[in-house]
Design a protein around this ligand. Sequence first.
Ligand SMILES: C[S@@+](CC[C@H](N)C(=O)[O-])C[C@H]1O[C@@H](n2cnc3c(N)ncnc32)[C@H](O)[C@@H]1O
Length: 280
Amino acid sequence: MRGIVRRGVAVVPQAGESFERSGGQLPSCRPELDQRGVVVAALWRGEPPQQGACKRARRGGRHFQVVTGRLGRVHGCSMRLHPGAKPEFVLHVESRLAELRSELPAVLPPAPASIVLEIGCGHGHFLARYAEAHPDRFCLGIDIIKDRLERAAKKGRRAGLTNLHFHKTEATELIDCLPAGISLQAVFLLFPDPWPKKRHHKNRLVRADFLADLARRVVPGGAFYFRTDHSEYFAVGRTVLERHPDWEIQPAAPWPFEEATVFQLKAPEYQSLVAVRRAP
Ligand SMILES: C[S@@+](CC[C@H](N)C(=O)[O-])C[C@H]1O[C@@H](n2cnc3c(N)ncnc32)[C@H](O)[C@@H]1O
């Protein structure tokens, strides 16, 4: 049996039946639905999605997308499962999102406020310097790797910056959970994972559906800054933005602030673009 999960609506197999998507099969999937039919958790036989397991899965074999209410919109290795694992594991995506929703108001300025976001901030080199240079702007850096965020946070503490916060979260989840009244005045995406294989392109962040979700939180005239050393990703990203109803590329717009990131220092060359949120 084939199951289909779209955002917010789920048509899924019954308990014990298998679930097929993206060329993979998730054995013994037992989705738990809420009253709207949204998958809030999936119980299956498999290893917990710890970093180690994910890395092994990535090297060794096939990946399986976690079944959640947001299937197809949740990315990153921590969302992927090793298929050959033993103990049963329950992943409560909704409870993680609820936790994020409750954490964010405490670390962000009170609403209404417009903030600067860096997605995939890594060790925080760029955002720490940016926040230092713009004390009037609140800067939020997110990443899915804890160690990198700890190093980033240290930079902010050492510089005594109160307008800077780093948070461990995934980009699509952050956008879903941003408190009402918090908008984005600028979004930086610097050297994002390029996902070079065609079958992984769906994991790229510069894609139409994510850009639409992002645009809903960006103020009109707010900017999206994209920089990468992966020329194919850059070209595809530029085309996606050119065709996107919410964004307008501004070829003459200057890059607003220069501070080399870890990946920038390693890149022999790179390309940048600035796109501005159109007025709705
Ligand atoms: C190639 S590294 C670049 C890091 C940094 N921007 C730099 O230029 O040095 C990409 C970063 O994005 C993070 N990342 C990947 N997917 C993400 C996602 N969906 N949400 C948030 N961060 C993500 C990774 O953990 C990693 O730290």
